[in-house]
Design a protein around this ligand. Structure first.
Ligand code: ADP
Ligand code: MG
Length: 243
């Protein structure tokens, strides 16, 4: 599937274990640069684990991961974190203001985010600049998730990892965040790797899809594969027999 595109991230025979427990087994494949790839599969399939391998939060037991043709272990961890951003369903925040949260990635690097830049970031994710001094605890779920996405954009990441970021949002906010991620992908050519439970979302938003089960990748290709899976287990999953 990656013949047309350069891989942003490539997995080569990657295993991941916790103690004796095999969590991921022989993962090989690429996430094409500048495209949106969705990761789908039943709960416990290993999707979140695979995502954490992509930005070096955890390391493989065997195999190699390349980020833009360079082995992940050769990156300086700070450089890697800047290049590969991550947003989570829980949108973890420090207590305090929206600005303090947006400033966090730079503060950790001993720098400071200019207020004007912070306003731009908010506008980029469809929020008004006057939210800057608002306490995050006063935000709605949708606003909070948008602030969390804005925070991942501070470092202008080339790759964005999203773990079920719309799962706890209402329908309207879900659509807004989906549109936002598509916009980021188009505007900045950001490579997006997006875990979702929503197969319709995977079909509509994703260019490519990986289907994972029991720690393995069982089917990959253009997202339309979800309409006509080749693998019998994937077919059952898509029909809702397994979830
Ligand atoms: P998914 O995101 O697809 O639901 P995960 O990557 O979270 O799956 O988990 C894959 C498997 O690894 C699950 O069986 C889960 O219980 C197990 N697992 C994940 N993290 C840990 C951990 N820290 N300790 C023990 N088992 C874990
Ligand atoms: Mg998960």
């Amino acid at each position: 599937m990656s013949t047309q595109y350069k891989p942003a991230i490539h997995f080569q025979h990657v295993d991941y274990r916790i103690g004796d427990l095999e969590i991921l087994n022989d993962i090989t494949g690429s996430f094409p640069q500048g495209r949106i790839t969705t990761l789908v599969g039943p709960s416990g399939a290993g999707k979140s684990t695979l995502l954490k391998l992509c930005n070096g939060l955890i390391s493989p037991a065997n195999g190699e991961i390349f980020v833009k043709d360079k082995a992940i272990g050769e990156y300086d961890p700070v450089e890697l974190r800047r290049m590969v951003g991550m947003a989570l369903q829980s949108a973890p925040m420090i207590s305090g203001t929206v600005y303090e949260n947006l400033n966090l990635p730079l503060e950790l690097q001993g720098q400071q985010l200019a207020k004007e830049q912070a306003v731009e970031l908010l506008e980029d994710v469809g929020l008004k600049g006057d939210l800057l001094d608002r306490k995050v605890k006063e935000l709605s779920g949708g606003q909070r998730q948008k602030v969390s996405i804005a925070r991942t954009l501070v470092n202008k990441p080339e790759i964005l990892l999203m773990d079920e970021i719309t799962s706890s949002l209402d329908r309207a906010s879900k659509l807004e965040v989906e549109e936002l991620i598509s916009k980021i992908n188009r505007k900045y050519k950001t490579t997006i790797i997006w875990i979702t439970h929503n197969l319709q979302q995977a079909l509509e938003i994703g260019d490519y899809t990986w289907v994972m089960m029991d720690g393995q990748v069982v089917e990959t290709g253009e997202s339309s594969l979800l309409e006509d899976p080749q693998n019998g287990r994937v077919e059952e999953f898509v029909k809702g027999v397994v979830s």
